[in-house]
Design a protein around this ligand. Structure first.
Ligand code: NAP
Ligand code: HSE
Length: 427
C-alpha cells in the first residue's frame, strides 16, 4: 500500500460531479483498500465558482480554469461530468494529449464523436471509459464489452431513459406531463436541456453507443431514428392499457441479415412482458445472443448517486489497470450496414379517428389486406357519428403497414392524423 494519494480531476460539479466527490469521500477506506493508495478529488471545473450550491464544496476545490486540471501533474485521471459537445470534446482531446485517462457520463458526445475520441485515447496510450453514459447504475457497458466476448450478441433492447420512464409511470396514474417533467428535473434525472429526454434524443444517443459496442460497428446518433413521448397522446396510453399493454419508450438495436437496425419510439409492451413492470426512473436492458440466450439487466437509470456509482467504478477500473487497460479502448472493428426500419417486421398499434358509417371498417381492412398486413385485434369506441378505431396488427414489414396507413388517410375517412405505435412481441 502506498500512502501517496492519487489525484482525480472533475470536469463538472453538478448533480453527478458533486455526487462523485461525496461518494468518494464517504467510501474512502474501501476505495483505498481496492486501489492500494488514497484517492482524492483535487480540482473540479465549473462555470461559476461563486454560484450557490446545495452542499458547500471545500475551499480551493472549484475552479473555472480548465488548464488547472489539464496541467496538474498530480491529477492522474479525469471524470468528465459536465455534459455538452463543445468545448467538452476539445478539452477531452487535450487531456488525452496531456497523458490523462478520462471517464465520461456524456452520451451525446460519444454518440457524435466516439470514433475520434477512442482513437485519440488509444494513440496517446490512455483510457476512455464510459459506463455512466448508458443507464446510470446498470453496468451494461462492462457486461457487453467484457462479459459477452464469447457470445454473438444479436439484439439489445429496453428502457434506456429514466426521465421518460418516470414520467410515463406517473402519467399512467393520472399525473400531468408538465408536473412530472418538473419533478424529474428536481430529482436530478433530466438532462440540462430536458428536450433531449422527452424527444428521444437521449435514448437515441444511448442506443448508438450500445449498438456500437454490441455489434463492433460504428453507429452515431444521426443513424438512430427516434421519437419521444412529447407527442404521445394520453388517449393512446389508455387504449393500450385496455388492450393489455403498457406504453414504454423502447430503444432497440438488432442484428438482421442485412446489417443493423436501430431506433427509439414509444412502444406497446404486453403487460406480461418483463419490460412492462419496469417503472419509475428504473431502466432495463435485454441482451440476446447465441451463447447467452437472454440476459436482462435492471436498475436505476438516472440520478446523481446512481450515475456517480458508475463513474467511480470506471475511475477504479482505470487506476486498477495499466497502459490501455483491458479491453482495448477502440472496440469498433466492423462496418455493418444500417437497415431502415421500414424493412424490418413488427406489429403495430394503429388508432384511426374515422366516420362511423357502414363500409368504413371494411375499406380499412381491405387496404391493410392489399399490403398483406394482417389484423390481430380491433376495438371500436363510437360517439356522435365518429369512431375511434384501434387496430393491432400481426407482425408485418413496417414499410407495408405505413403504406397502408397512408392509403387509408388518402380515402378521406380520417378526421385527424392516424396514430401509430410499435408493439413489442410478447417474448
Ligand atoms: P449538471 O447538474 O447540469 O452539472 C453540470 C456541471 O458542469 C455544472 O457544475 C456546471 O457548472 C459544469 N459545466 C457545464 N458546462 C461547463 C463549461 N462549459 N465549463 C465549465 N463547467 C461547465 O449536469 P449533470 O446532471 O450532473 O450531468 C452531467 C453529465 O452526466 C451529462 O453529460 C449528463 O448527460 C450525464 N448524466 C447525467 C445523469 C443524471 O441522472 N443526472 C445520468 C447519467 C449521465 P456550474 O455548476 O457552474 O453550472
Ligand atoms: N437524463 C437521463 C435519463 C440521465 O433520464 O435517463 C441518465 O442518462
Amino acid at each position: 500500500m502506498s500512502s501517496t494519494p492519487i489525484g482525480i480531476g472533475l470536469l463538472g460539479y453538478g448533480t453527478v460531479g458533486s455526487a462523485v466527490d461525496r461518494l468518494l469521500t464517504a467510501r474512502q477506506a474501501d476505495v483505498e483498500r481496492v486501489v492500494g493508495a488514497p484517492v482524492e478529488v483535487r480540482r473540479a471545473l465549473v462555470r461559476n465558482v461563486n454560484a450557490p450550491r446545495s452542499v458547500e464544496p471545500r475551499p480551493g476545490l472549484l475552479t473555472d480554469d480548465f488548464s488547472a486540471i489539464r496541467d496538474d501533474p498530480s491529477i492522474a485521471v479525469v471524470a468528465e461530468v459536465m455534459g455538452g459537445v463543445s468545448p467538452t470534446r476539445e478539452w477531452m482531446l487535450e487531456l488525452f494529449a496531456a497523458g490523462k485517462s478520462v471517464v465520461t457520463a456524456n452520451k451525446q458526445l460519444l454518440a457524435r464523436h466516439g470514433a475520434e475520441l477512442f482513437a485519440a485515447a488509444e494513440a496517446n496510450g490512455v483510457q476512455l471509459r464510459f459506463e455512466a453514459s448508458v443507464c446510470a447504475a446498470i453496468p451494461v457497458v462492462k457486461v457487453l464489452r467484457e462479459s459477452m466476448i464469447a457470445s454473438e450478441v444479436n439484439a439489445v433492447l429496453g428502457i434506456v431513459n429514466g426521465t421518460t420512464n418516470f414520467m410515463l409511470t406517473k402519467m399512467a396514474d393520472g399525473a400531468d406531463y408538465a408536473t412530472v417533467l418538473a419533478e424529474a428535473q428536481r430529482l436530478g434525472y433530466a438532462e440540462a436541456d430536458p428536450t433531449e429526454d422527452v424527444t428521444g434524443g437521449d435514448a437515441a444517443a444511448k442506443v448508438a453507443i450500445l449498438a456500437s459496442i454490441a455489434f463492433h460497428t460504428q453507429v452515431t446518433i444521426d443513424d438512430v431514428p427516434h421519437e419521444g413521448i412529447d407527442t404521445l397522446d394520453s388517449v393512446d396510453v389508455a387504449f393500450a392499457n385496455d388492450l393489455g399493454y403498457s406504453v414504454k419508450l423502447i430503444g432497440q438495436a438488432r442484428r438482421v441479415e442485412a446489417g443493423v437496425v436501430v431506433g427509439v419510439a414509444p412502444t406497446l409492451v404486453p403487460h406480461a412482458h418483463p419490460l412492462s413492470g419496469v417503472n419509475g426512473s428504473f431502466n432495463a436492458v435485454m441482451l440476446r445472443g447465441d451463447a447467452i440466450r437472454e440476459v436482462t439487466l435492471v436498475g436505476p437509470g438516472a440520478g446523481g448517486d446512481e450515475t456517480a456509482s458508475a463513474v467511480i467504478g470506471d475511475l477504479m477500473g482505470v487506476l486498477g489497470t495499466s497502459g490501455t487497460g483491458f479491453p482495448r479502448t477502440a472496440g469498433v472493428f466492423r462496418d455493418l450496414p444500417l437497415v431502415p426500419a421500414d424493412d424490418v417486421e413488427s406489429a403495430l398499434y394503429i388508432r384511426l379517428d374515422v366516420k362511423d358509417e357502414p363500409g368504413v371498417l371494411a375499406r380499412i381492412a381491405a387496404i391493410l389486406a392489399d399490403e398483406a398486413v394482417s389484423i390481430d385485434s380491433v376495438v371500436q369506441r363510437a360517439s356522435e357519428g365518429r369512431a375511434q378505431l384501434v387496430i393491432v396488427t400481426h407482425t408485418a414489414p413496417e414499410g407495408a403497414a405505413r403504406r397502408a396507413i397512408s392509403s387509408i388517410e388518402a380515402t378521406g375517412v380520417c378526421a385527424s392524423r392516424p396514430v401509430t405505435l410499435r408493439v413489442l412481441a410478447a417474448s
